[in-house]
Design a binder for this molecule. Structure first.
Ligand code: NAG
Length: 424
């Protein structure tokens, strides 16, 4: 009864826009949830409202529905940034090479992971609580290969659901009551299975909670909004591509190692921007190297997410995982002196605690790892020295141009050398 009404899509829309709704709907709306904390997963897995709520939400992303996809605007702070294109048909092989594996090992050897400024004994209790909450969130959501397998399962169930619905609708034309009832039950069961699986997908939960929060805001229900936002934040921490803040080092071909600083911009800070901390003659320090719009949409996967790379058995063993999630983005290129700067299609590929970015049209792929604090200092120092060297070099260039005719012709107009007594 709850999930099979054709009006359900509308219901979702209404509950999310906060417009007046009828009694049936308002019983299912977030505002009607009891006062328990939204951030407690168990509470949400409870017998009634949450599952149905998810089920209702899911309606908008079930295959039969033509819900509109969200259109994202590029942040204004970036240079020309086209809307992310749909993935091109020719998909290049972006499986990391053995060479990259060697680089990965090198990063792994030097890694300093999540350096804690406080030692464990002095962790304030507030922080401790946060860590515990995060651990709980991690236990609740699937990640890595498991998450990809979960999504495939959901996709298969959705297909089943399409057939189940067709079957149910055809049953409606006949009067066989028991058969119709069985078909209705089948649809319901599939919808609940899908909903329950989706609740283990952090991206789904993140978007869902943001929408619950937005709906609550519009109704002026601050309490629900606050709790939903907290829950969204918790889910967000379990989405790897939204937690890559800070410094990364990658080998930019012949330019050697360079450092980028990853930040997030946009309304929900879902647009990844990698700014060069050390640059090169083409794209200098302070400019954006690449960017990716990772905003999840109603369908709970980001607009830019592509099918993961499936590794062959050998590579899977090497990397310790079967699937590498990836997202489409834009990479910046320029000729020397940051001339003719332009954006081209790229892909961000997640490889566990590492990632790579590929500039597709020029087949340029850079593999990034976390630098140790020592490496950061060393690179910054070297970069500074190199910029100084660049200054020396440019002074030398000026000196050299002084040797060619044009310069001296100008100077000679002053007849400087012909002045008598000059060299005496
Ligand atoms: C990286 O970006 C963050 C956020 O904007 C900033 O606070 C930090 O200073 C940056 N780090 C470097 C080395 O540029």
């Amino acid at each position: 009864m709850m999930c099979n009404s054709g009006a359900v899509l509308l219901v979702t829309a209404l509950s999310l826009t906060g417009q007046p709704v009828n009694g049936f709907v308002s019983r299912l709306m977030p505002s009607s949830l009891p006062s328990a904390s939204l951030s407690s997963p168990k509470y949400f897995l409870g017998p009634k409202a949450p599952g149905l709520l998810v089920c209702l939400h899911m309606k908008s992303s079930f295959p039969e529905d033509t819900s509109e996809s969200t259109d994202f605007d590029a942040p204004t702070s970036l240079p020309t940034y086209n809307r992310i294109d749909s993935p091109s048909e020719v998909s290049p092989d972006l499986t990391p090479s053995d060479e990259q594996f060697a680089e990965y090992k090198e990063f792994d050897r030097r890694k300093v992971e999540f350096p804690l400024s406080e030692n464990t004994e002095t962790i304030p209790s507030r922080r401790k609580t946060r860590q515990e909450t995060e651990a709980k969130a991690r236990a609740r959501f699937k990640s890595g290969d498991e998450l990809i397998e979960l999504r495939r399962k959901v996709a298969a169930l959705r297909e089943d659901l399409t057939y189940a619905k067709d079957f149910r609708d055809s049953m409606k034309r006949y009067t066989a009551k028991e058969k119709l009832e069985a078909a209705v039950q089948r649809v319901k069961k599939l919808e609940m299975s899908i909903s329950n699986l989706c609740m283990q997908d952090p991206e789904f939960w993140y978007v869902f909670m943001l929408e619950v929060a937005a709906g609550a805001d519009r109704r002026g229900d601050e309490d629900t909004a606050k709790k939903a936002r907290l829950d969204a934040k918790e889910a967000r921490r379990c989405i790897p591509q939204l937690n890559m803040h800070g410094l990364w080092v990658g080998k930019y071909g012949t330019h050697g190692y360079e450092m980028v600083n990853i930040t997030y911009v946009g309304e929900h800070e879902d647009v990844l921007v990698a700014t060069k901390v050390t640059g090169d003659q083409n794209v200098p320090r302070g400019e954006v190297s690449f960017t990716c719009n990772l905003s999840p949409r109603l369908q709970f996967q980001s607009a830019s997410s592509l099918e993961p790379i499936e590794l062959n058995a050998r590579a899977a063993k090497q990397w310790g995982k079967r699937y590498l999630p990836r997202h489409s983005g834009k990479g910046q290129v320029a000729s020397e002196g940051y001339q003719n700067a332009q954006w081209m299609d790229g892909q961000l590929i997640l490889v566990g605690r590492f990632f790579s970015f590929a500039w597709l049209p020029i087949s340029h792929q850079v593999f990034f790892g976390r630098p140790s604090p020592e490496l950061v200092l060393k690179m910054l120092k070297e970069h500074e020295q190199n910029s100084k060297k660049d200054n020396v070099a440019s002074m030398r260039r000026v000196a050299e141009t002084m040797m060619d005719g044009a310069y001296w012709n100008e100077q000679e107009a002053d007849d400087f050398f012909n002045q008598e007594g000059c060299f005496e």
